[in-house]
Design a protein around this ligand. Structure first.
Ligand code: ADP
Length: 540
């Protein structure tokens, strides 16, 4: 073999901070403060504070690979943690603020967090368990009164310690294979599992996000990550924005439709990213209280399926381009993006929306296959359903502190996503279900996702979830849980519409009307909870 002669230059996150400091020091990061008003500083200020945080953590005696939890909304301090913790050689473990006290305790102990950096506005959520967290040596608090330190054991103020730290710091992350981040899957299925990212995987993921084929933010963009920083590293946007020098707008706790609409219009946001529930809420807000959000060039949506009707409504009524994406915590998280390609140039509007409602093509860096029950690869014909398996530069190879098991990782090197999908001849993937959410009626699969999309595209329906309920004759049958819009919805009309797209046996046996569909910690419809409510517990 003739070895190449290029530099072996480590893929470590400190390079992003240094690049931002040199190339775009004047660009701004703005955070909407809990009480209203804005905090705003430059990338130069940000880089200095990241260095201070590195010194601060080293000064606390943290060793390489130690875990530091973060418990915070999307704000500039949390961004500092995203960089400062890994640059100190430690692992940034983003804790989901929406978990129950019991789940939080499990995850903090499983991860072995030594320090937790806490957003003071969330103190009441952590307080009840803080005294039981004996492994946590320090709680560092920001966004709070000085007296808040009395509410947690071993607590200090983040700002006080930062003020004492030097901004001259030598990063302690020379090896690109060091762990840098830890994120637990939200446990829509099973117990939460820890995904441990490395500097190398996160840097390659960041390059992946920066590609135009993926999201591709540039210096000229103003990016609003509504997706929480505690969920799948905010889809990698903080790293991509800092490397590109894009302006960042951090919403803090202001995630309701009205403040989001105002923020997008006033800050001239060009890229906003969040789950469908958020964009559904924003759409209805804008119908009631119109604002001009046509500044948005990419409304990125993922985490669960974005209904085609909503994609069309955003484009037609609001002039906003929706970019549907699929990902998983285990994929850092970007896997696919559904942008149009040259082959779609001549399609009419309706056909374009069909394409954009798919989860999309695999971005460069991620490889995929679909397999049947016997493990044989299925064709990419847009019809054959199979389990989606992936591999690539930023795909998990094992879970933190757990044996590498065949349930999630195949012996020939693929990650089993647990999603069921089709892939068409152009490589566009469509999720039909999660292996656990499929409804199996009389031996035939019914896609709960397809039914939900069809129901949510009805004028009278705000939200819809379809689950399997046990049935003596058919094994399982679909049940639809609906949140209607003001005037309620008519079952027979819904069935009529469904029959235009699906066979008769797909029709839900029952419709249940609720005020609200329970959501998981990251805002997805919680089918586990729905099954417990309506199907007599968890199915298969
Ligand atoms: P959790 O399993 O805790 O929900 P993630 O947040 O990592 O973990 O969610 C990953 C899952 O979310 C995927 O396996 C898939 O089922 C679902 N998902 C993500 N994006 C989409 C999408 N665009 N359409 C449909 N499902 C999606």
């Amino acid at each position: 073999m003739l070895p190449g002669l290029m530099m072996d230059y480590p893929l470590t996150l400190d390079k992003i901070v240094e690049h931002a400091r040199r190339m775009t020091p004047q660009k701004r990061i703005k955070t909407k403060l809990p009480a209203g008003g804005w905090h705003s500083y430059s990338y130069a200020d940000f880089a200095a504070r990241v260095n201070k945080l590195g010194n601060l953590l080293a000064g606390l005696g943290l060793g390489l690979g130690d875990r530091v939890g973060t418990f915070a909304w999307n704000n500039h301090q949390h961004l500092e943690c995203y960089f400062g913790i890994p640059m100190a050689g430690a692992v940034c473990h983003t804790l989901n603020i929406r978990l129950s006290a019991e789940q939080l305790k499990y995850i903090i102990e499983h991860a072995g967090d030594k320090v937790i950096i806490v957003d003071g506005t969330l103190l009441p959520l952590l307080e009840p368990i803080a005294h039981q967290l004996h492994g946590v040596e320090h709680f560092l608090l920001f966004n709070c009164e000085a007296s808040a330190v009395d509410r947690l054991p071993r607590a200090a103020l983040y700002e006080d310690l930062l003020a004492q730290a030097s901004d001259d710091f030598t990063p302690r992350c020379a090896d690109e294979n060091m762990a840098m981040g830890l994120c637990y899957t939200s446990g829509t299925t099973g117990l939460p599992k820890g995904v441990l990212y490395s500097h190398r995987s996160m840097m390659l993921h960041t390059l992946g996000v920066l590609a135009a084929a993926a999201i591709g933010p540039t210096e000229a963009d103003v990016v609003l990550p509504v997706v929480p920083q505690f969920h799948a590293m905010a889809w990698g946007l903080p790293y991509a924005c800092a490397w590109a020098g894009a302006s960042m707008i951090m919403p803090g706790p202001h995630l309701q439709p009205a403040p989001l609409a105002e923020m997008i219009e006033a800050e001239r946001v060009t890229i906003a990213a969040g789950v469908p529930t958020i964009w559904n809420g924003l759409y209805h807000e804008l119908r009631a209280n119109p604002r001009d959000i046509s500044c948005v060039t990419q409304l990125v949506v993922g985490g669960s399926a974005m209904p085609r009707g909503l994609i069309a409504a955003y484009e037609r009524e609001l002039g906003v381009n929706v970019v549907h994406a699929w990902g998983m915590t285990e994929l850092s998280p970007i896997g696919t993006v559904s942008k149009l390609q040259s082959r779609h140039a001549d399609l009419d509007e309706a056909a374009r929306w069909d394409v954009k409602a798919k989860q999309g093509y695999f971005v460069p860096g991620v490889e995929a296959r679909i397999v049947d029950d016997a493990g044989t690869a299925s064709p990419w014909d847009g019809e054959t359903m199979g389990e989606l398996q992936v591999r690539g530069y930023w795909v998990a190879g094992a879970y933190f502190r757990s044996e590498r098991d065949e349930e999630h990782f195949t012996s020939d090197g693929w990650f089993r996503t647990g999603d069921v999908c089709t892939i068409d001849a152009s490589g566009y993937m469509t999720i039909t279900d999660r292996t656990k959410d499929l409804v199996k009626s009389g031996g035939e699969w019914i896609s709960s996702v397809d039914l939900e999309n069809a129901l949510m595209s009805q004028e009278s329906v705000l939200e819809a979830a379809v689950i399997a309920v046990p049935d003596a004759r058919w094994g399982e049958r679909p049940l639809a849980v609906l949140v209607p819009l003001a005037d309620g919805c008519d079952e027979s009309k819904l069935n009529e519409c469904l029959l235009q797209a699906f066979p008769k046996f797909w029709l839900p046996d029952r419709y249940v009307i609720v005020d609200e569909i329970p959501k998981t910690g990251v805002g997805k419809m919680d089918k586990k909870a729905l099954r417990a409510m309506f199907a007599g517990g968890e199915l298969g």
